[in-house]
Design a protein around this ligand. Structure first.
Ligand SMILES: [Zn+2]
Ligand SMILES: [Zn+2]
Length: 156
């Protein structure tokens, strides 16, 4: 199928039989079963429940047209889960993506404490600035939590 033919591809409403071109099918709802699109519903044929289901499908499925012009749904690639971090002093917890101001107590590159901004003392704040200048938070992974590595170019 060439590009011109693909543009003329139509979708048909499984309920009322209305047909529109794929590019005009805005607001249409693909009926998905086990990751495959088995039918379509035009906006006026969708029940409120189906509409809600479409929202969920939109959030979890990516739609496209395969090499044969068929409508297909792919599971969306999942974003890495934020890591839960907990303040060692006050017990406040948050997730890693919401904790840019949080401080890690470091001892020889090992994390010995996690402290929220509200629990940080003045002297710790200074120590943190020194740490920041010498190390960088490489990445936060669900498996390993915080990973700290020396800054590049600082090796003796
Ligand atoms: Zn319809
Ligand atoms: Zn705290």
């Amino acid at each position: 199928m060439n590009r011109k033919e693909r543009r003329k591809a139509k979708v048909k409403c499984s309920r009322c039989g209305e047909r529109v071109s794929v590019i005009a099918a805005v607001g249409w709802n693909a009926t998905v079963k086990q990751g495959r699109v088995i039918g379509h519903l035009c906006p006026s044929c969708q029940t409120p429940e189906e509409n809600a289901e479409a929202e969920i499908n939109l959030a979890t499925t990516t739609y496209g047209v395969d090499a044969f012009g068929r409508h297909v749904g792919f599971p969306k690639v999942e974003e890495p889960e934020p890591v839960l971090v907990c303040c060692d002093r006050c017990g406040t917890s948050t997730t890693s993506d919401l904790a840019p101001e949080w401080v890690l107590g470091l001892d020889d590159g090992q994390i010995v404490a996690t402290v929220c901004p509200g629990c940080l003392t003045e002297s710790e704040h200074l120590a943190v600035e020194v740490n920041d200048a010498m190390t960088e938070l490489a990445r936060v992974t669900p498996e390993e939590g915080f990973v700290v590595k020396p800054k590049a170019g600082e090796e003796p």
